[in-house]
Design a protein around this ligand. Structure first.
Ligand code: CAA
Length: 382
C-alpha cells in the first residue's frame, strides 16, 4: 500500500490549487450572491484541460487518472463548489458515459468537443416525480423506427441551460419497467427542447440549474447509448463514477471550511489568548481534521479502485455518503468556530455550509447511498 502521490498527481493538485486560490477566490462571494454562472472561469479551466481531464487523449481529453481528479475536485471545491459540480458532471457523468458506452461516431461527434471543454454536457435523469426512485421515469422516448420521439420534463438539471449535449434517460417500453428505459444523446438546441428559469437555490448558486422540457423532440436512433433497454443500467453505472466526483466535491467544501476555521482560530483572541488555545475550539478542529482525512481516504480508495479497473460502486457510495454528511458537520462547526463572523457572508463559511447541503441530495441522497451499501451487505459483498 502506497500513500505517496506521484509527481504528476502533485502537479495537477498544485495547478488546481493555484487557479482556485488566485482566480476563483476573488469573486466567489459575488458569483454566489448574484447567482452568476462562471463562464470565463469554465473557459479558462477548459484550456487548462480540467473539463475533460478523465477522458483518454485519443478523444482529446487529459488522460489523467481518477486519483488526480479527486485532488483537483477538492482544490476547486475548497473555494467554489459550483465550479466543482460543473467539472464533475461534465467529466464523470457525461464524458465518462459516452466514452465507456458510446459508439465511435458518438465519441467523434459529441465526446471530443466535451473533452476539449468547448461545450459542456448535462445528465438528465431526475424528474418532478422521479428523484431517488429513478426507475419511475415518466419521460417517454417512443420508438418511431428511425428515431425516438421524446416528451417529458426533467428537473434540477446541472448545466441545464449552458450545456450543448444532454444525456437523457427516458422510458421507451413501459411494460418492461426499468429494462425498457433508454439513454439518448440529445442536442440542447434541437427543436422542441425548452429550458425553464434558473433555479434560485440555497447554495451552489452559480451553477446553472434548470428544468428542461421535451415536446415531440426527434432523436435519431444512432444517438441511443448501448442496446435497447440499457438506459437504466447505464445511468447506474455512470452514477457510480459521478459519486466519486461529488464525494470529492464535498471533501473540498469540508477542507475549505476547516482551513478557514483554523486560520481564524489562530488569529482571534478571547479571554486573553488565541481561541485555538481553548480546548473547546482545539477539539473541534481536531475532530474536523480527522474526519476530513477519513473522507479523503474513502475518496482515494474509490478512485484507486476505478483506476485499477476493479469494482468501485460500493466504495463510491461510501465515499459519497460519508463525505457529504461529513461536509455538513464540518461546515456547521466552522461557522460555530467563527461565532458571529461566521454568520456573515464575507467570512465564506456560511456559503460553504449552504453548499454542503446539496452534496447530501444530488447524485443520490445520503439515504440512497445507504440503500446501495446495505444491499451489498445483504448480498455478502462487504
Ligand atoms: N450497476 C449496474 N446495474 C445496476 C446498478 C449498478 N450500480 N444498480 C442497479 N442496477 C440494476 C439492477 O441490477 C436491476 O437490473 P435487473 O433487474 O436487470 O437485475 C436494475 O438496475 C434495477 O435495480 P434495483 O431493483 O436495485 O432498482 P431500485 O428501484 O431498487 O433502485 C437505486 C435502485 C439504487 C435506489 C436507484 O434508483 C438510485 O440510484 N436512485 C438514485 C438516483 C440518483 O442518483 N439520482 C441522481 C440524479 S443525477 C444528478 O444529480 C446529476 C446532477 O446534475 C448533479
Amino acid at each position: 500500500m502506497n500513500f505517496q502521490l506521484t509527481e504528476e498527481q502533485l502537479m495537477i493538485q498544485q495547478a488546481a490549487r493555484d487557479y482556485a486560490q488566485r482566480e476563483l477566490f476573488n469573486d466567489v462571494i459575488e458569483r454566489d450572491e448574484k447567482a452568476i454562472y462562471p463562464a470565463e472561469h469554465i473557459k479558462n479551466l477548459a484550456e487548462l484541460g480540467f473539463l475533460g481531464m478523465l477522458v483518454a487523449p485519443e478523444y482529446d481529453g487529459g488522460g489523467m487518472d481518477t486519483v488526480s481528479y479527486v485532488l483537483a475536485m477538492e482544490e476547486f471545491s475548497k473555494v467554489d463548489s459550483s465550479i466543482g459540480v460543473i467539472i464533475s458532471v461534465n467529466n464523470s457523468l457525461v464524458c465518462f458515459g459516452i466514452e465507456k458506452y458510446g459508439t465511435d461516431e458518438q465519441k467523434e461527434k459529441y465526446l471530443k468537443p466535451l473533452a476539449r471543454g468547448e461545450v459542456t454536457g448535462a445528465f438528465l435523469l431526475s424528474e418532478p416525480g422521479a428523484g431517488s426512485d429513478a426507475t419511475s421515469q415518466q419521460t417517454k422516448a417512443i420508438d418511431m423506427g428511425d428515431h425516438y420521439l421524446l416528451n417529458g420534463v426533467k428537473n434540477w438539471i446541472t448545466n441545464g441551460n449552458t450545456a450543448s449535449t444532454y444525456l437523457v434517460i427516458a422510458q421507451t417500453d413501459v411494460e418492461k419497467g426499468h429494462r425498457g428505459i433508454n439513454a439518448l444523446i440529445v442536442d440542447r438546441h434541437a427543436e422542441g427542447v425548452s429550458v425553464g428559469p434558473h433555479e434560485n437555490k440555497m447554495g451552489m448558486r452559480s451553477s446553472d440549474t434548470h428544468s428542461v422540457q421535451f415536446t415531440d423532440v426527434k432523436v435519431p436512433k444512432e444517438n441511443r447509448i448501448g442496446e435497447d433497454g440499457f438506459g437504466f443500467k447505464f445511468a447506474m453505472k455512470t452514477l457510480e463514477g459521478g459519486r466519486i466526483g461529488i464525494a470529492s466535491q464535498a471533501l473540498g467544501i469540508a477542507s475549505g471550511a476547516y482551513e478557514l476555521a483554523r486560520k481564524y482560530a489562530m488569529e482571534r483572541k478571547t479571554f486573553g489568548k488565541e481561541i485555538i488555545k481553548h480546548q473547546a475550539i482545539a477539539f473541534k478542529l481536531s475532530d474536523m481534521a480527522t474526519e476530513i482525512e477519513a473522507g479523503r481516504f474513502l475518496c482515494m480508495k474509490a478512485a484507486w479502485l476505478k483506476d485499477q479497473g476493479l469494482p468501485y460502486g460500493i466504495a463510491s457510495a461510501m465515499a459519497k455518503q460519508y463525505c457529504a454528511d461529513m461536509a455538513m458537520r464540518i461546515t456547521t462547526e466552522a461557522v460555530q468556530v467563527h461565532g458571529g463572523y461566521g454568520y456573515v457572508k464575507e467570512y465564506h463559511v456560511e456559503r460553504l455550509m449552504r453548499d454542503a447541503k446539496l452534496t447530501q441530495i444530488y447524485e443520490g441522497t445520503s439515504e440512497i447511498q445507504k440503500i446501495v451499501i446495505s444491499r451489498a451487505i445483504e448480498n455478502g459483498d462487504i
